[in-house]
Write a protein that binds this ligand. Structure first.
Ligand code: GDP
Ligand code: MG
Length: 200
């Protein structure tokens, strides 16, 4: 189960209603630049499956990645990142609506994975997103990204701060590094189990 998951890109959509019908979806959410696309690539053990970018805000679409075999309908869904400051307010609002519409209306959506930058810690928008996920009753898991950027000497303190800011226990957060592969074996196994469970 530690090996990469065989994921293939299915399609992108700018609106929920453009999405094809799936069986079971897990959505990746997080602010722009948090490392969502890199995480998709790491989970799949591929470099260029999902587009990664040094310029935040590049992912403006809902991107579907299907656990193979083709047609399984079991998807990892990369949502547009929120909170990118250099995007005009109207455009941000449009993304926000797209994300919220997807998360509130998608019947095949099982749960979400909320990514928080491990070095930066949860931003105000991340905390709002947590509250919002709680309010709509969508199940979610927490992943702290870019673990390699936290110096070992600061690691314990940083974890504590992040846990306190989110109001969670240490065991509630999976720390990963897409560049170093830290935590990837466990996360792959967890996502594989989620995607392979019985669909309703
Ligand atoms: N050091 C480090 N950088 C990362 C990691 N994951 C992503 N990045 C970098 O963070 C930037 C944004 O990553 P990307 O996956 O495009 O973020 P997205 O906007 O959430 O999809 C890129 O420059 C990545 O190379 C990681 O685990 N470690
Ligand atoms: Mg991206």
């Amino acid at each position: 189960m530690s090996s990469p998951l065989h994921l293939e890109f299915v399609q992108s959509a700018s609106k929920t209603e453009q999405l094809p019908t799936g069986k079971l979806e897990i959505a990746l959410i997080g602010r722009s630049n948090v490392g969502k696309s890199s995480l998709v690539n790491s989970i799949a053990g591929r470099h260029k499956l999902a587009n990664t970018s040094k310029s935040p805000g590049a992912t403006r679409l809902i991107n579907i990645f299907e656990l193979q075999p083709e047609g399984s309908g079991r998807w990892l869904v990369d949502l547009p990142g929120y909170g990118y400051a250099n995007v005009p307010a109207a455009e941000q609002k449009r993304w926000q609506n797209m994300i919220e519409e997807y998360l509130t209306t998608r019947e095949t959506l099982h749960s979400a994975i909320l990514l928080v930058d491990g070095l930066v810690g949860p931003t105000k928008l991340d905390l709002q997103t947590v509250d919002w996920l709680e309010s709509i009753g969508l199940d979610y898991k927490l992943v702290a990204t870019k673990a390699d950027k936290v110096k070992p000497s600061k690691s314990t303190g940083r974890r504590k701060e992040l846990n306190e800011a989110l109001g969670v226990e240490d065991s509630d957060v999976r720390w990963v590094s897409s560049s170093k592969g830290t935590g990837m074996v466990e996360l792959r196994a967890e996502i594989a189990a989620l995607l392979r469970q019985d669909a309703q």
